[in-house]
Design a protein around this ligand. Structure first.
Ligand code: GDP
Ligand code: IMO
Ligand code: MG
Length: 430
């Protein structure tokens, strides 16, 4: 059986958590392959609502093995807080497996994330302040601390001391903060050692063996295509590879094993933090999308910036990820509008552009060119087939499918697991 990848097609918060949970009972492994506790996935199951940050959404499905892959950065305090929170609610987390090669977030990463943002002032990224960028920076600079280092006292001490030689210069001389002692950092990490040890494994070997014996592996992205460090709206991105290619490097599963790529795309658009967003609304419509869609960050509580659906962005995501199927989420949020604008192309300095502009400046200058679709007034949350949707909602979905570069295989009409219209089986190739 194959590996299947789930990615965000916009700027995050498309509903990846719900989609992963939906498929959880039919897959054997769910792997988080990038990011860390900058992610926030809300999963609603009946009356229960779960907010997940570090744990893969498959943790909520009995029998499914959740895996934190090598491409993830782990704040161990947050990991165990999340595990304890779920256990207290009766969720079994005992099958969790953590890659020995994942990097750990320490106090100096969290501090540097916050002070760098303050230092940047108007040029800030609007990060989640969780230490994500500095931890990936250290990984690339070969100064990082990995999960496996926790189990070798000498190595851990050496690596923390090595990293702090540089960090303390930065903290004290550039940012005017106090320096940190290696002992305090080692102590912070070592306190989790015993709880962590039984979870740690060679997750690449585990997953490849699982694939060989016919198991299904679902690779779940944090963040999204436009926040990807290579393919996103750089520098207003996160520091990891959130696209389908990242699923391979972040898990140790080869590209040849990936059978399907499911792109999660909202029926409108949102963004958290700074950076260009051509269809952003600053009027009552934006406020109404935020209110109707509950668009407030799961991680930081920040109000999400809201705007209309952007087809060039979806097409771009289809291309970069090789999307085989889209899941269109939150269609119900659009109920009640007379007409719904959709961005079909951009006007960049007087020129019509159908694709994502090549340069950062081009995208900053991009003005949306809209087409308008008739809206619908009926509550659609009980719809379970395309024919249950009002004609205008069907037309809206058909138009997005035609413009977005791949077929739409499921439609979200509410936050609950059941509030979904399935058009094509997401796990079976047909
Ligand atoms: P993720 O980060 O991609 O997993 O998405 P988030 O969980 O941050 O944000 C998506 C939000 O929309 C969550 O609160 C979900 O419960 C909710 N949601 C997901 N799908 C739907 C849908 O089809 N309709 C509505 N109304 N809410 C949805
Ligand atoms: P999920 O997985 C939306 C944004 C931050 C900021 C930028 C960099 O829930 O879709 P970072 O802390 O990662 O260095 O911040 O990325 N960001 C997200 N926006 N959803 C997310 O995750 C995000 N994770 C990071 O707001 O603009
Ligand atoms: Mg989210």
């Amino acid at each position: 059986m194959p590996a299947i990848v789930i990615v965000g097609a916009q700027w995050g918060d498309e509903g990846k958590g719900k989609a992963t949970d939906l498929l959880g009972s039919r897959v054997d492994y769910v792997v988080k392959f990038n990011g860390g506790n900058n992610a926030g996935h809300t999963v609603v199951i009946g009356d229960e609502k779960y907010a997940l940050h570090l744990l893969p959404s498959g943790i909520l499905t009995p029998g499914c093995t959740p895996v934190i892959g090598n491409g993830v950065v782990i704040d161990l305090g947050v990991l165990f807080e999340e595990i304890d929170g779920l256990e207290a609610r009766g969720v079994d987390t005992s099958r969790l497996v953590v890659s020995a090669n994942a990097h750990v977030i320490t106090e100096y990463h969290r501090t540097l994330d916050k002070v760098t943002e303050r230092f940047l002032g108007s040029r800030r990224i609007g990060t989640t302040g969780r230490g994500i960028g500095p931890t990936y920076g250290d990984k690339m600079n070969r100064l990082g601390i990995r999960v496996q280092d926790l189990f070798d006292d000498k190595i851990l001490q050496q690596k923390v001391e090595g990293a702090l030689e540089l960090k303390n210069q930065l903290l004290t001389k550039v940012y005017n903060r106090r320096s940190l002692s290696a002992e305090s950092v080692v102590e912070e990490l070592a306190q989790y050692r015993d709880r962590l040890r039984p979870m740690v494994a060679d997750t690449s070997l585990l997953l490849n063996d699982a694939l060989k014996q016919g198991d299904t592996v679902l690779l779940e992205a944090g963040q999204a295509t436009l926040l990807d460090v290579d393919h996103g709206t750089y520098p207003f991105v996160t520091s990891s590879s959130a696209t389908a290619g990242g699923a391979c490097t972040g898990s140790g599963i080869p590209p040849t094993a990936v059978d399907r790529v499911i792109g999660i795309v909202k029926a409108y658009a949102t963004r958290v933090g700074e950076g260009p967003f051509p269809t952003e609304l600053f009027d009552d419509d934006g406020e109404r999308l935020r209110r109707n869609g509950g668009e407030f960050g799961t991680t930081t509580g920040r109000p999400r910036r809201c705007g209309w659906y952007d087809a060039p962005v979806a097409r771009y995501a289809a291309r970069i990820n090789g999307v085989t199927d889209f899941v269109l989420t939150k269609l119900d949020v659009l109920t009640g509008w007379e007409r719904i604008p959709v961005c079909v192309a951009y006007d960049v300095d007087g020129e019509r552009v159908e694709e994502m502009p090549v340069t950062q400046t081009g995208f900053h200058h991009a003005k949306p060119i809209y087409e308008y679709f008739d809206g619908w007034q009926e509550d659609i949350s009980a719809a379970r087939s395309l024919h249950d949707l009002p004609k205008n909602a069907q037309n809206y979905v058909a138009a997005l499918e035609a413009m977005s570069g791949s077929r739409i295989s499921a439609i979200g009409v509410g936050p609950d697991r059941d509030e979904t219209i399935v058009l094509h089986d997401l796990l079976e190739s047909d």
